[in-house]
Design a protein around this ligand. Structure first.
Ligand code: RM4
Ligand code: MN
Ligand code: MN
Length: 411
C-alpha cells in the first residue's frame, strides 16, 4: 500500500481502528528512536586494496557536519555525529572550539568520541596492551585527551576500539596483556565525569590474525566490570564470526546491565561494514526485539544506537539515509510484536504459534506507518526521493570536486 493512496484530499490518513492504534504506537516508537551517524561514513573510505574517490565525499569536518545535517533534515532521527579524534580533531583539544561552532551552525551535536589507537607507528605491537610501558602510557594519554574533548563537547560516550593483538602463536604473552589492559582501563575510567560512559568494542580478528586482546563479548564484559561502573560493552554487529547468535549476546548484555550500545552495519563474510539490513534484515529485527523486550522491563536503559559503515561503492549520503530508513522500519516492526501474546505462546510451548507471531511481525509492511509518522512530523514521506529532488548530492559534488583529496588513508 502506498501512503498517497490511503490519504484523502485534506491529507489525513484513512485508518481502521486497529491501524490507528498502531499509528499511535508507531508515533511513540519512532519519536524516541535516534541513531548516530559516523563522520567517517561521509568520507572517502576503501578497502586495503584502494579507494574509489567520490566527488561528493566529505573531506573536512565542516563537510561532515553539513552531510549529517542533511541526513537529519530528511530523516529526523540523526541529531548527533560520531567523531574520530585524529581524523576529525587532528589537533586534539585545540579543535574543540571549531567543532562547537559547527554544532551550532548545523544543529547537529557531537556524539560519541572515538580515540584513535591504531594509526601511529608506535602501535605496531599494540596500544593499551603494548609490551612497552612507554607506549602504553602514550596510548592512555591519548584516551585521556579524548575524554577531555568529550567533556568539553558534552559528549556522554568515549567509545573504545583497540587494534591490539598478535599475528603468530607464542609471540606475545596473552595473559600479561590482559593485566595491562585492566590497568589502563581502570586509569582511564577514573577520569570520566559521573554521566560519562566508556563502551568498548570487541572484535575477533583484524588487524590482528592470531589473537585479539578484546576478541569477544565475554572479554569485553570482564573488562567493563574491572574498569568501573560506567564501563560498558559495545556491540558492533560486524564483529562476530559467521552464524554467531548476536541477539543472544544482546540478551545477556541486557541481563547483566553491561550493554552500552551498538555499531550497526551488515556483513556477509567478516567486518564488511555494509548497509544495515542489506544482507540479513531478520537478524536486525531479532536484535531489536531483544532491546524492546529489555526496555519493557527497564524503561531507563541507556543504549547508544550508532552506525559504523563504510560506503565504498554507494553514494555516502544516499547510503546513510537508506540505513536510517531501514533502521526505523525494523525498529518499528520489532516494536509492534504482540509481546504479551508471544509470552503466552512461549509459556505454553506453542512453538508454531509463537514463531508465526514473531515472523509475521517481521513480514508486516510498516512503510505506510513510517511515512504517515514522517508527514505528521513535517518530514519528507520518502527521504531517499526527497534527497534526490533536493539536488544536494549534485551540488556538493560540484563544490567539492577538484580539490586535492587524500586517498591513502582509511578515512
Ligand atoms: C573497527 C571498529 C571501529 C572503527 C574502526 C575504524 O573495525 O569497527 O569502530 O572505528 O574499525
Ligand atoms: Mn565499530
Ligand atoms: Mn569494524
Amino acid at each position: 500500500m502506498r501512503l498517497e493512496k490511503s490519504l484523502p484530499r485534506e491529507g489525513k490518513p484513512i485508518m481502521t481502528l486497529s491501524e490507528s492504534a498502531s499509528f499511535d504506537q508507531a508515533v511513540r516508537v519512532l519519536d524516541s528512536f535516534q541513531i548516530e551517524v559516523p563522520s567517517w561514513g561521509f568520507a572517502n573510505t576503501g578497502t586495503r586494496f584502494g579507494k574509489f574517490v567520490q566527488a561528493a565525499a566529505a573531506f573536512t569536518i565542516e563537510e561532515k557536519f553539513a552531510d549529517a545535517a542533511e541526513v537529519n533534515r530528511l530523516t529526523g532521527a540523526t541529531p548527533t555525529l560520531a567523531l574520530h579524534v585524529l581524523w576529525d580533531l587532528p589537533n586534539g583539544l585545540d579543535d574543540v572550539p571549531e567543532v562547537s561552532l559547527l554544532e551550532l551552525r548545523f544543529g547537529i551535536r557531537a556524539g560519541s568520541i572515538n580515540p584513535n589507537l591504531f594509526q601511529e607507528q608506535e602501535y605496531k605491537f599494540g596500544s593499551l596492551c603494548n609490551p612497552s610501558q612507554e607506549i602504553r602510557q602514550r596510548a592512555v594519554r591519548h584516551v585521556l585527551d579524548s575524554i577531555e574533548i568529550a567533556k568539553r563537547l558534552g559528549s556522554r560516550d568515549l567509545s573504545l576500539w583497540l587494534p591490539d593483538g598478535s599475528n603468530y602463536p607464542g609471540t606475545q604473552s596473552i595473559r600479561k596483556r590482559i593485566g595491562w589492559l585492566e590497568e589502563a582501563l581502570c586509569e582511564v575510567h577514573g577520569h570520566l565525569l559521573p554521566d560519562q560512559r566508556l563502551p568498548s568494542e570487541y572484535k575477533p580478528f583484524e588487524p590482528a590474525f592470531y589473537h585479539t586482546d578484546i576478541a569477544d563479548w565475554g572479554m569485553s564484559s570482564h573488562l567493563a566490570r574491572v574498569a568501573g561502573p560506567r564501563a560498558r560493552v559495545l556491540v558492533d554487529t560486524g564483529h562476530h564470526y559467521s552464524s554467531q547468535n548476536i541477539e543472544q549476546i544482546v540478551a545477556w548484555l541486557l541481563h547483566t546491565g553491561l550493554l552500552g550500545g551498538f555499531h550497526f552495519n551488515d556483513r556477509r563474510y567478516a567486518d564488511d561494514d555494509l548497509t544495515l539490513g542489506s544482507i540479513d534484515p531478520y537478524q536486525v529485527f531479532r536484535i531489536f526485539h531483544e532491546i524492546h523486550s529489555g526496555q519493557a522491563v527497564n524503561g531507563e536503559l541507556e543504549i547508544a544506537f550508532m552506525i559504523d559503515q563504510s560506503h565504498n561503492l554507494k553514494g555516502k549520503i544516499e547510503a546513510t539515509v537508506q540505513t536510517v530508513v531501514t533502521a526505523q522500519e525494523l525498529w518499528l516492526k520489532a516494536a509492534l510484536i504482540d509481546r504479551e501474546q508471544l509470552a503466552v505462546y512461549q509459556e505454553s510451548c506453542d512453538l508454531v504459534a509463537a514463531e508465526e507471531l514473531f515472523r509475521g511481525a517481521f513480514w508486516r509492511d510498516v512503510r505506510p506507518l513510517v511515512a504517515a509518522w514522517r508527514q505528521q512530523r513535517g518530514l519528507p514521506a520518502d527521504p531517499l526521493a526527497a534527497l534526490k529532488d533536493s539536488g544536494y548530492v549534485e551540488r556538493i559534488g560540484i563544490e567539492r570536486a577538484g580539490r586535492v583529496t587524500m586517498v591513502n588513508s582509511y578515512a
